[in-house]
Design a protein around this ligand. Structure first.
Ligand SMILES: Cc1cc2nc3c(=O)[nH]c(=O)nc-3n(C[C@H](O)[C@H](O)[C@H](O)COP(=O)(O)O)c2cc1C
Length: 167
């Protein structure tokens, strides 16, 4: 039997997670009163067949009830998009979001990459809801990436010897 330990303090868990470098996304969707988005870094690929990705949406976030169960688009941000990331996180940032005209599901204009999804399954994730999306459309461009580590935004330079040659 595994030893049952006392649950970690939230601050201790945050301190560990802050050492895990991620990219930064804005998840966009059609809200009740127009296109909406929320900054999220709890994003990962899950399955190639069927093509599935995962996001984790805080139950207390305003977006929760509008996003879960609807088509959505994961916009992976470029290095120049820190102000957008701050704005869609509800913190300081005065960037005016530009939306891609004519998109089936609202998405940002010119992200580093975008992955459009239909809702596939949702699961209880404690104070979050885990949303699996089935990929319906996608695209990408060249450029440096926005990152998040140590509770700060940073950048990662585009690499010419990535995996593009595999695709
Ligand atoms: C770098 C970063 C990553 C975030 N990742 C998530 C996430 O994965 N899931 C989530 O629910 N909120 C995340 N947030 C918080 C949301 O962006 C924030 O609660 C936002 O206000 C949600 O949008 P809403 O107010 O329209 O619901 C993150 C914030 C930042 C700055």
């Amino acid at each position: 039997m595994p030893e049952v330990l006392a649950p970690p303090r939230p601050a201790a868990l945050r301190a560990c997670m802050s050492r895990f470098t991620t990219g930064v996304t804005v998840v966009t969707y059609e809200g009740d009163d127009g296109p909406r988005g929320a900054t999220m870094n709890s994003f990962t690929s899950v399955s190639a067949d069927p093509p599935l990705i995962l996001i984790s949406v805080a139950r207390r976030a305003r977006c929760h009830d509008q996003l879960v169960g609807r088509p959505f688009c994961v916009n992976i941000l470029g290095a120049e998009h820190e102000a957008l990331a701050r704005q869609f996180a509800g913190t300081a940032g005065a960037a005016e979001p530009r939306w891609m005209p004519g998109a089936r599901v609202p998405r940002l204009d010119n992200p580093l990459a975008w992955i459009e999804c239909e809702p596939w399954r949702s699961y209880d994730g404690g104070d979050h809801t885990l949303v699996l999306g089935q990929v319906t459309d996608l695209g990408h461009r060249d450029g440096d990436a926005l990152t998040y580590a140590w509770s700060r935004f940073g950048t990662a330079a585009e690499s010419s010897d990535g995996i593009e040659h595999l695709i």
